[in-house]
Design a protein around this ligand. Structure first.
Ligand code: NAI
Length: 255
């Protein structure tokens, strides 16, 4: 096996207990990575780990609040001890606390920035040293079409735009060490996060996705696997000359 063979590499996916993160973890496992499944609650990671193991892959559940510096460091140390040094990091963990600005509290603003942006920074900081040592790494940050601005999401939009800037800065700083950094920016994806939005709006998820789909050029909402395949691309060996980019995966043009 060559040093760059993905089969010998380890990927960390945050927020991987469900949704886009779970699909991404499963996809990277199929691509040959041993996958560390990070989420707030270790027990909640069990279903993702089970899916990967049933498919013949290797996975490790790690309970970690990515917005906490000590937990991020400890989580990555656990990965190094159990699976080996992380070569791929997918910063996917996220929350929403939607409100119009006149109602949004500073706590709602900080909580969202804390998980998406500070969490991505902390995880990248903890993982990059291993990537730099190995002279190979892939950091993939989950942005959003909301980075372009979205009503009721001044916290989330700011975090997702901030992630694009973080991505470009990491690409510049870490490129000399064989580490690329890119963003996937999903449009509407059917997950528990968007289901919760439908519930808040007082409509069924079917009604919500149906309405949304009419505004999307390909006339459907996205599935977690649509995003997982884009992450898979950025994680590959042959994507090594692609860095600092934002790929909108939204069923039509964005950006
Ligand atoms: P989800 O809500 O289904 O899953 C998010 C996961 O992150 C959950 O398992 C949650 O427990 C975990 N998480 C939350 N806070 C955490 C923390 N502090 N530390 C570790 N894990 C934490 O969300 P979904 O839809 O799968 O979204 C995944 C990512 O994709 C998020 O960053 C989201 O903002 C982004 N995204 C989602 C879109 C969508 O339409 N669903 C569109 C654009 C971006």
């Amino acid at each position: 096996m060559s040093e760059t063979n993905p089969a010998r590499k380890v990927a960390v996916v945050t927020g991987a207990a469900r949704g886009i993160g779970a699909a991404t973890a499963a996809r990277l496992a199929r691509d040959g990575f041993a996958v560390a499944v990070f989420d707030l609650d270790e027990a909640a990671c069990a279903s993702t780990v089970e899916i990967i193991e049933k498919d013949g892959g290797r996975a490790l559940a790690v309970g970690c609040d990515v917005s906490d510096p000590e937990q991020a460091e400890a989580g990555v140390a656990e990965v190094v001890a159990e699976l080996g040094a992380p070569a791929v990091l997918v910063n996917n963990a996220g929350i929403i606390r939607d409100n119009l600005i006149f109602k949004m509290t500073p706590q709602e603003f900080d909580a969202v920035i804390g998980v998406h942006l500070r969490g991505a920074f902390l995880m990248a900081k903890a993982c990059q040293k291993h990537m730099v040592d190995a002279k190979w790494g892939r950091i993939i940050n989950m942005s959003s079409a909301a980075a372009l601005g979205n009503r009721g999401q001044s916290n989330y939009s700011s975090a997702k735009a901030g992630l694009q800037a973080l991505t470009k800065t990491l690409a510049i700083e870490l490129g000399p060490f064989g580490v690329t950094s890119n963003c996937v920016a999903p449009g509407f994806i059917a997950t528990e996060m968007t289901a919760a939005t439908a519930e808040r709006m007082g409509i069924t998820f079917e009604e919500f996705t149906g309405r949304y789909a009419t505004s999307i050029p390909v006339r459907r909402v996205g599935a977690p696997e649509d995003i997982a395949q884009a992450v898979s691309y950025f994680a590959r060996e042959e994507a090594g000359f692609v860095s600092g980019q934002v790929l909108y995966v939204a069923g039509g043009p964005k950006g």
